[in-house]
Design a protein around this ligand. Structure first.
Ligand SMILES: [Zn+2]
Length: 230
């Protein structure tokens, strides 16, 4: 009969372990959502990229504005009649030609950058939407998780109490054997299944089976050392 008590103790201990695992899992879910953290990092990265792209467009825009102003001023001087020296006019014409060519190149580049900035802006928007969706989900989960933590916590207290009660009823020498076997084998106590050890599945002798059922002491499997419960 004492093996049956050890079997109860083992079940009570397994229940405590399971509930502790559940507690840890719920606590982890309350502490943080890895998906949300990831989405926030991604959203920040997209925002940084967009800021950089917008900055590049603005820089180039300022350059274009100043180049256009310079071109207008050159045209005014060239065609306004204020400059008459042919050498000066020639120099100005050359500068204007160079400026117009450069302006074309810079404007092409600006167009490219604007497209990139637009793409970055769209990616930033969807990353922010993803964060908002996950935050909403997390907010909805908060109350059920808190409730779950409470109920698992209560079940754990009950399970620990049950374990202590059984533990107190097991004789010290049997407890020592149970702990020694348990250090190497889990489960340490197994039931006999069709005349075989429920742990290693090896068939048991008739004597072993009888002793395990009606004998006064604990019987162990000769092969795996586990304690046999009827
Ligand atoms: Zn065995």
């Amino acid at each position: 009969m004492s093996a049956a008590l050890l079997l109860q103790l083992q079940r009570a201990e397994d229940r405590v372990t399971t509930l502790q695992g559940e507690m840890a899992s719920v606590e982890e879910q309350i502490a943080g959502d890895p998906l949300l953290e990831q989405a926030r990092i991604e959203a920040q990265r997209r925002l940084d990229e967009q800021t950089e792209a917008d900055g590049a467009v603005n820089d180039l825009d300022r350059e274009v504005t100043s180049m256009r102003a310079r071109a207008r001023s050159l045209e005014k001087q060239l065609y306004g009649g204020s400059v008459r020296n042919p050498q000066d006019l020639l120099t100005m014409q050359r500068e204007l030609d160079v400026l117009v060519r450069q302006l074309g190149e810079v404007e092409d580049r600006e167009l490219q950058l604007m497209e990139q900035a637009e793409e970055a802006s769209s990616l930033t928007r969807s990353a922010a939407e993803q964060v908002a969706t996950l935050e909403k989900h997390r907010a909805e989960e908060a109350a059920p998780l808190a409730k779950r933590l409470e109920s698992v916590g209560a079940a754990l207290v009950e399970a620990q109490k049950a374990r202590e009660e059984i533990h107190a009823r097991v004789p010290a020498n049997e407890l020592r054997l149970y702990e020694r076997v348990g250090a190497r084998r889990h489960p340490a106590v197994v039931q006999i299944v069709d005349g075989a050890c429920g742990g290693c599945r090896l068939p048991l002798g008739l004597n072993e089976v009888r002793n395990a059922r009606v004998g006064p002491g604990l019987v162990q499997c000769a092969n795996c050392d586990r304690i046999l419960a009827p």
